[in-house]
Design a protein around this ligand. Sequence first.
Ligand code: ZN
Ligand code: ZN
Length: 365
Amino acid sequence: MSTENYYEILGVSRDATQEEIKAAYRKAALKYHPDRNPGNKEAEEMFKKASEAYSVLGDPQKKAQYDAYGKVGNYGGINWDSDIFDDFSDLFGSFFGFGDIFGGSRRRGPQKGSDLRYDIEITLEDVYKGLEKEIEIPLEEICEDCSGSGAREGKKIRCPACEGRGNIFYQQGFFSVSRTCPQCAGEGYIAKEKCSSCKGTGKIHRTKTIKVKIPLGVENGTMLKVSGQGEMGLRGGRRGDLYIAVFVKEHPIFKRKGSDLLCKINISLPEAVLGTEYEITTLEGKKKKVKIPENTQNGKIFRIEGMGLPSINGRRNGDLFVEVNLLTPHKISKEEKELWQKLYELEMKKSEKKESFFKRIFKGE
Ligand SMILES: [Zn+2]
Ligand SMILES: [Zn+2]
């Protein structure tokens, strides 16, 4: 699977209409069509990429899915690279202003709640099998008992310090200086009595458990969007969204490239020369035999079709690539040494007939 952004491949913006996407695809397809570019590998690659991009973006349902499961940094207006999302407490910094609810001077329209981000680390086995996990999200909600006012039964009185003006004046030399009233924070009203449920803050902290399904074949860094599970909106605004950033731990044996897996196996020299069967434990925990034929060279890569990871777009599984690493013996017995000596002599004889691999190496051929 290509790792490039489909929007970039077609050269359209994220809010492009279906007509624009179609037009962009038609243009790319005409330009890179193999019939027009015979033997041009690059054009062929571009043609394939554009077709793949269009197969997703040209289908509103697939497009929506792609938008939701897109990669880090693709979400408009949210800078996921920034550290500010590393801590939930930072997100709580956006507080619910009581003044607005209580007819303060800065009455505004509905405001969508803050988005939340949750980081989750999974294993390569989870990528293979898929994962359903319950996660706990810390949430800040408006206190129901006081409707977020922080005042018991919502009752507020005019601030005695500023008499409802929100500012207090004091004399400094000849000047009368105004500053925000410290008692009511400029609101002009204070709670008659503090709400006991929220201790006057107007906010309640709680955790919510939600079940998340991590899709098969998920890529490292994928951002899953869970709509409407973020923080509460203000003044009737809708809830924010929850973004789950999925990080895949490195596997001790298998390396990943898209949906393909790569691993190295150690084979002794006699095994490589005579051929053998090597048993691999797959991500499923199953044993799989790999046939190593006679005279296998160091670095030889065997491809086992369909033994890679499932692909996120539901295509066939990736492949498993097994690379042979030849091991030279560390310690050999007297008997082995004699045999290697014999082998060496045979090789030397062959070298006179220009057949030896020793000779090939010495000559650098
Ligand atoms: Zn005041
Ligand atoms: Zn309260």
